[in-house]
Design a protein around this ligand. Structure first.
Ligand code: HEM
Length: 155
């Protein structure tokens, strides 16, 4: 039952859950409640720490996805056109996630040291938009992967 291939696929899918789950929780549960419950200065202090920690978790999960993905391809022994479509979307997701946490997140971390500001609010809004785009693309990749695997197109 538990082959090496299944074990790698398990880690692969778990990494998707960690990356997507964390981003969805932060965007749709944590951030709105912080806005309602905390004073602007406290909200900014908490949000900047959440972005930094979430960034480390999401980027680590994407790293695991890349490594286990490569092992998945080795197990499959073939790169089909459908898998190439998936990998093109994955490349966009990786680029957006690096921009979101590596660029916007770092700017939010730097700027928020000075407390709330209109510029910071603009950055946080862009961070959220990029996050929703990444989440939507990841859901599309999951759908493609499930569909392709079951249709044998990935194999
Ligand atoms: C955001 C990034 C990614 C997401 C959300 C994702 C999602 C998934 C999911 C949900 C499955 C399981 C499908 C199933 O069990 O039916 C899967 C399988 C697979 N993924 Fe990914 N994946 C990602 C990145 C990658 C990368 C970077 C590669 C290759 C370098 C890759 C290669 C594969 C392969 C080959 C399989 C099929 C494995 C098998 O059937 O044994 N994935 N992926």
């Amino acid at each position: 039952m538990l082959t090496g291939r299944i074990a790698v696929l398990f880690i692969h899918v778990t990494a998707v859950i960690v990356a997507l789950g964390g981003a969805l929780f932060s965007t749709f549960a944590l951030t709105p409640i912080l806005a309602e419950e905390l004073e602007p200065a406290a909200r900014v202090r908490v949000a900047r720490r959440v972005i930094r920690r979430l960034g480390a978790i999401v980027l680590a999960a994407l790293g695991v996805l890349l490594v286990t993905g490569i092992v998945n391809v080795i197990y499959l022994g073939a790169i089909t056109p459908a898998l190439i479509v998936k990998l093109a979307l994955v490349a966009v997701v990786f680029a957006l996630a690096l921009y979101q946490y590596g660029n916007l997140g770092a700017e939010i971390w730097r700027l928020s040291a000075g407390g709330p500001s209109p510029e910071l609010a603009g950055l946080q809004a862009r961070f959220r938009r990029v996050g929703i785009t990444v989440g939507t693309l990841v859901l599309a990749i999951v759908y493609i992967s499930l569909g392709l695997t079951r249709a044998g197109a990935i194999r």
